[in-house]
Design a protein around this ligand. Structure first.
Ligand code: CP
Length: 308
């Protein structure tokens, strides 16, 4: 039974392609979901605009009853463990919970309990671990442009080490037959990702890349010293998508960024809305990707075997 959506790599290729297909059908209006009255709670321990709002939008479109829990007003502030909070919410009647948490792998202890002792679980981002709903919407955006993954070249650029987007996407893109490469400051490289792609100079083969996937510098995860040493101009020149670099891209290449974007840091401000940019399309796709995720937990027969 599908009770968790916490790591994109739990899905088989077939399950993943099926979810992308369903998200595209939702977007096209060709697939009307079965409205259900299950209760979904949203619990975000870290700030969010896109993920939080698009999950709520997806829940509205699917007809769920929704509860938003403010972690600052919850009993987590009184020392209640995440496990006890989850068991409490299940006892009260929450069917599914969407959680963003700074703790990497927060969901690991709850795989077997999900849907029984604790609500069904959706990971809306765990520290610098995984961001599976972002990954699904990113894959959906790539399919919309290229139709397929095999043979594509994706360059992931920026603060790789602190990025759950890089970690989620690198493994799944590699599995789908994409040639992944990484570029960014040496101190933010991550050896554990080298099995999925090489770290290369940002300008190496830039004109051969199909997708430029930019990352925000995750200042909230940097040390005080790293933040003090950081200068916008130097970062933009060394690792930003400048106008010069943009001119070198393939005519059919696309630019992606999970956002929030820091304009003129990781990307020249004028390029955020450029022809090649899919940044706002990614945000729009987030609603439909999250509808497919929630639907897979509620009506698992539509996407058999998602999760564990
Ligand atoms: N991309 C992303 O996760 O954005 P938010 O932090 O605004 O949800």
């Amino acid at each position: 039974m599908a009770n968790v959506f916490v790591n994109i790599n739990d899905l088989s290729n077939q399950e993943l392609l099926s979810m992308i297909h369903q998200a595209l059908l939702f977007k096209s209006g060709q697939f009307i979901p079965v409205i259900n009255r299950q209760v979904v709670a949203n619990l975000f321990f870290e700030n969010s605009t896109r993920t939080a709002t698009s999950f709520q939008m997806a829940e509205m479109k699917l007809g769920y009853q929704r509860i938003v829990i403010d972690p600052n007003k919850s009993s987590a502030t009184k020392g209640e463990s995440l496990e006890d909070t989850l068991k409490t919410l299940k006892a009260i009647g929450i069917d599914t919970i969407v959680i963003r948490h700074s703790l990497r792998d927060w969901y690991q202890p709850f795989y077997e309990m999900a849907g029984k002792e604790v609500p069904k679980l959706v990971n809306a981002g765990d520290g610098n671990g995984q961001h599976p709903s972002q990954s699904l919407l990113d894959l959906m955006t790539i399919v919309e442009h290229f139709e397929n993954f095999v043979g594509l070249r994706v360059r992931i650029i920026g603060d790789i080490y602190h990025s759950r987007v890089a970690r989620s996407n690198a493994e799944i893109l590699n599995r789908l037959g994409v040639e992944v490469t990484f570029s960014g400051p040496k101190e933010w490289q991550d050896q554990s990702l080298e099995q999925f792609g090489s770290f290369v100079d940002i300008d190496k083969d830039l004109g051969k890349q199909d997708v430029i996937m930019l990352l925000r510098v995750q200042h909230e995860r940097l040390t005080d010293e790293e933040n003090q040493d950081f200068t916008i101009d130097k970062y933009h020149e060394d690792y930003g998508l400048t106008q010069d670099r943009y001119r070198k891209l393939k005519s059919n290449a696309i630019i992606m960024h999970p956002a929030p974007v820091n304009r003129d840091v990781e990307i020249d401000s004028d390029l955020v809305e450029s022809d090649k940019s899919r940044i706002f399309q990614q945000m729009k796709n987030g609603v439909y990707a999250r509808m497919a995720i929630l639907n897979s937990l509620t009506i698992p027969s539509l996407i058999s075997g998602v999760g564990k």
